[in-house]
Design a protein around this ligand. Structure first.
Ligand SMILES: [Zn+2]
Length: 307
């Protein structure tokens, strides 16, 4: 699965190529892409509903929270336009795009060959097309109303998702305050998307290792300075991944899951069970926490004494 830094990289590419354009038409080659992993039986009217909902709409910008990405739609000027700064439009609809396991967003010229796994196409007035390619159809695209959730407008299905560490709405003090009430394992708490979004299994392990906190530590019994360190580590490790990986996509090709679509994740602990710790040489342990494979160094991340 793409992690937050990869989704952010795609968002930046999509924003660069689509913000300020108007959607002149749309096609859905496979209606299943309008569904979700639990519901792929799509009424044929959903296709015409999607096409009519997006056609004529202006893309204001590409946005993201956690691993949710959407194009906010609206009338009028684009917020980045300097000359009309007084009339920043308020979006009401968004096109939510879930990349799933194998989804890619690609920008093409209309005359370029259509990849056979292309499931949906948005035609833009910039003489480009935004194509959603998804071999296995674990992804999703759909129109949703935008609603207020955790400090900003988000698609309705993301209303329960808390702010992620890379967005301005993220309030570290408030999150640490909530985290400090949790009596579950801290690894499980970091994956709780109603507390903080966008920290997936990989970066949860990396953040705990860098902060020197055991994955089974109970937040309510952990010093707040340690909780702050974990959140700061999560923010840093994802920012670093973005900085390294976000430089490499081709102008006309926005890709999250092609041959080189994943960032070269500089992982210190995740996936290294049985190998030597990069810091102290102790063998990295692997356990299961909340059903998720969890890697840690028993020396650098001492087990909490209250257990
Ligand atoms: Zn170690």
């Amino acid at each position: 699965m793409p992690e937050l830094p990869e989704v952010e990289s795609v968002r930046r590419g999509v924003d660069e190529w689509t913000a300020g354009t108007t959607i002149t038409g749309a096609e859905v080659a496979d209606p299943r892409i309008l569904g979700t992993t639990s519901q792929r039986r799509i009424d044929p009217s959903a296709v015409s509903g999607f096409v009519s909902a997006v056609t004529g709409q202006r893309i204001l910008r590409a946005e993201r929270r956690g691993k949710f990405m959407w194009l906010s739609l609206g009338e009028g000027a684009v917020s980045s336009s300097v000359s009309v700064a007084s009339s920043v439009p308020r979006p009401e609809l968004g096109i939510l795009v879930h990349l799933g396991m194998s989804g890619q967003l690609r920008i093409h010229s209309p005359d370029e060959e259509i990849h056979r796994h292309t499931r949906a196409v948005l035609h833009l007035d910039s003489d480009r097309e935004l194509r959603f390619v998804d071999q296995r159809i674990f992804g999703h695209i759909g129109v949703q109303p935008l609603v207020h959730g955790y400090g900003r407008l988000v698609p309705a299905s993301a209303v329960h998702i808390a702010a992620d560490p890379l967005e301005p709405a993220f309030d570290p003090e408030a999150v640490v305050g909530e985290l400090a009430k949790k009596r579950t394992a801290i690894k499980a708490a970091l994956l709780d998307q109603t507390l903080v979004s966008g920290i997936g299994n990989i970066y949860a392990d990396e953040a705990l290792f860098r902060a020197g906190v055991h994955p089974l530590a109970v937040p309510a019994r952990t010093r707040k300075s340690r909780l702050v360190a974990v959140l700061e580590s999560a923010t840093k490790v994802m920012s670093d991944a973005l900085a390294v990986g976000g430089t490499s996509f081709d102008a006309l090709y926005v890709n999250v899951n092609g041959e080189s679509g994943y960032f070269d994740r500089a992982l210190l602990v995740y996936g290294r069970g049985g190998q030597d710790c990069v810091r102290c040489g102790t063998e990295i342990a692997k356990i299961t926490v909340g059903g998720r494979g969890t890697h840690f160094c028993p020396e650098c991340q001492k087990a909490p004494r209250y257990r």
